[in-house]
Design a protein around this ligand. Structure first.
Ligand code: ASP
Length: 415
């Protein structure tokens, strides 16, 4: 097994997971083979995700502190964070515009009515989250006691604290050299652990995909097939055309080269539906395969994993229009502008965990007066939609790190 590269093992795991999943779906849920296999798959996939989560917080913390502290000159530091934010923001704008345009053209949900889904909606408790509440909550979640944030895996608050500590290390300079060295060595050790965990990735991914395929509710999927196809198609368009084009135009890197370097992270994102759980793999791909400098990757990628979600932003917009069609409301241009803004906010505020976008979607729906209960219709198919949107979320972070790196290099050359 050791002779086969990890990349190939992951591809084999993916293939085998899908095939076995199909086989178990054919055998049916009652068969004891299916039940036992699903049980085993659950154990393996939980172990894999637990290990990724175990390493997540120490990794985010050290990689951001070291990343920021090593961007020694203020000039360079400014370039990186400005570049990252401009990139995140503009690609999310593109994603939402793409989503709104296709949804307006293809009108998902036209012909279906919300009454058809009464069963699904019964018993669904909508979380009340108005826009001002959401905003206040978001702002509050940024600044937390760092020890509590570390302990509770509150990634956003850890990112903010690590950023501030990194900046303090830059400002403090030589006097705090030892702490920086300590952090650097700690980061190296954590990355070594990530390497070990990755050996399990082919099995973890196989187990996750097997469960996904074997337990998918196909009847609901068939009713909503047009919506699912529009969401997946548009998300893939963004991921396979828009982002690679931006990458090619700014850095000259071809899509094939990018895919070869990024595939471990993209497949893990697809299988886990979590940008946060994928983060250790994303960082590894950025540094080892795509050759992004550790300082840049260590800053852009963890920040992107919590903020930059093109797939989610696009999804929120399409889903809002879909629900409007279901209830027979035509959203005016003004209302669509509101959807545009709230979809961006909801994506930025969504943590990188499975189905997070579903929860923050309440904000988008409420902002234009659509029934939040309608989320219940989307919940059963969310696991499948979440695969592609998380993959594109993670792709955006990787492309972002490459573009920012290019930008700083250009800046240095210009001087
Ligand atoms: N699962 C997505 C992610 O981790 C977030 C979402 O639900 O849209 O990136």
């Amino acid at each position: 097994m050791n002779k086969i590269s990890l990349n190939t093992q992951i591809l084999l795991g993916t293939l085998l997971g899908v095939l076995l999943g199909l086989w178990f779906a054919l055998l049916g849920q009652e068969s004891s083979i299916t039940q036992n296999s699903l049980y085993a798959a659950k154990l393996v996939s939980t172990l894999f995700i637990d290990l990724l989560r175990m390493i997540l917080i120490p990794l985010v913390f050290t990689s951001i502190v070291v990343g920021v502290a090593n961007l020694r000159s203020h000039q360079q530091m400014n370039r990186v964070w400005q570049g990252a934010l401009i990139f995140f923001f503009s690609t999310m704008v593109l994603a939402v515009v793409l989503g709104l345009t296709t949804a307006n053209l293809l009108q998902p949900g036209g012909g279906l009515q919300i009454a058809m889904f009464q069963d699904a909606m019964q018993g669904f408790q909508a979380t009340q989250m108005s826009l001002p509440d959401f905003f206040a909550h978001f702002l509050h979640s940024l600044f937390q006691n760092p020890i509590a944030a570390l302990a509770q895996s509150n990634v956003l608050a850890v990112v903010i604290f690590a950023l501030l500590l990194g900046i303090a290390l830059v400002v403090g300079g030589e006097r705090y050299r030892n702490i920086l060295t300590l952090m650097q060595e700690f980061l190296e050790l954590i990355l070594m652990l990530v390497g070990w965990i990755m050996r399990l990735a082919p099995f973890g991914i196989m187990a996750l995909l097997l469960q996904l395929v074997a337990t998918q509710d196909t009847s609901l999927l068939a009713t909503l097939i047009k919506f699912v196809a529009i969401v997946m198609g548009t998300t893939l368009l963004h991921g396979m055309v828009v982002l690679p084009l931006i990458l090619y135009l700014t850095t000259g890197m071809t899509p094939v080269k990018f895919w070869l370097g990024a595939r471990e992270a993209l497949i893990t994102a697809f299988a886990t539906s979590s940008s946060a759980a994928t983060l250790p793999v994303t960082l590894r791909c950025a540094e080892q395969h795509l050759h992004v400098k550790r300082d840049v990757a260590g800053f852009v990628i963890p920040l992107g994993a919590t903020m930059n979600m093109d797939g989610t932003a696009l999804y929120e917009a399409v889903a809002a229009l879909f629900i409007a069609n279901l209830v027979g409301i035509e959203l005016s241009l003004m209302q669509q502008m509101i959807v545009f803004l709230t979809a961006m906010l909801a994506a930025i505020g969504a943590p990188g965990i499975p189905s997070a976008g579903m929860v923050t979607m309440a904000v988008v729906l409420q902002s234009v007066g659509l029934p939040v209960e309608a989320i219940a219709i989307l919940l059963p198919i969310d696991r499948i939609l979440d695969t592609v949107r998380t993959m594109v979320n993670v792709e955006g972070d990787l492309v972002g790190s490459l573009v920012v790196q290019k930008w700083i290099k250009q800046d240095e050359l210009d001087k």
